[in-house]
Design a binder for this molecule. Sequence first.
Ligand SMILES: [Zn+2]
Ligand SMILES: [Zn+2]
Length: 343
Amino acid sequence: MEPIASTGSNSTGDAANLSEGLSRASAAEPRGLRDRTYVAHPRLRRLKVTFILATNALGLLGVILAIHQAIRVGVSALDVRMLVFMYTLLVVGVEVGLHRHFSHVSFKAGKAVRAVLGVLGSMGAQGSVMAWASVHRCHHRYCDREGDPHSPRLHGPGMRGRLAGLWHAHLGWQFNDRLPNSIVFVPDHLRDPLVCSLNRLYPLWIVLGLALPAAVEGLLTWSLEGVWRGFLWGGLVRLPLSTHGSYIINSMAHGFGRRAFETNDDSTNIALLAVPTIGGAWHNNHHAFPYSAQVGLEWWQLDPGAWLIGGLEKLGLVWDVRRATPEAVKRKRRGRSGEESAW
Ligand SMILES: [Zn+2]
Ligand SMILES: [Zn+2]
């Protein structure tokens, strides 16, 4: 594999250079995986397993405590609002921040907006900015082939293979001892001081994701009970919803649902999940046009992430927004490929 670190993208992510480098590497790939694609170590497995068990145990504990509390004293409107607010905030951080900006550079932004998106995405506890973007770029490069970190399609035939694939894509892949190599997949971020700082402080952002709703509900009610309820509903109960809300795209949107475009993978669109995933569930559209900041390509395909990016663009807070043009969509619908290799 040609070292992508030599492509020379700048600190805000030079989309063209990155695109060129990744496409070139991708084109030279059919001989199978090379050594540098992944880093592997037994300690990495321990770290990943500890993290995934801890976050899922915390989430489960939160749900049990919330059910107990709901039966005992009920649920307040503020509890529900904190849950919805924190869920929305963090899914925006993951889908608009980690996915569309930091993984695909589908728009550019200044330091403040990038920092906010990076912090919100990191608060989602799905991996640091660099780890998330490395895994995701690796997914696009090897999609549903050997090397894809979380494809549900490579686990044998029949129902047994299908179920094993679903488990692997949803959570199982996080129990192995390897991660896509950041030197290969995110050379732009490794040169970016802002992303390096976001990465260094990753544990702090996870704690902030739990502490922020506690502080907000505590202040709004000016009570310790409010602190506890904010922590419980906006922090602990929100944790499994926002993490599994993203994992479900990995597991379900590569097999279940409809395909609008013939892509070189098994990606699908799942309309029912479009709003809760802020547009991320138009996954077949996304694999057809991975560089596009807009993934809802029909008027009826709700894409709140694209609305937010469009709003920020109008305010001058983001720019160089890349969108699939109607002509490109038409070409792709006629079965002509060529869009999906570009970032
Ligand atoms: Zn995918
Ligand atoms: Zn993507």
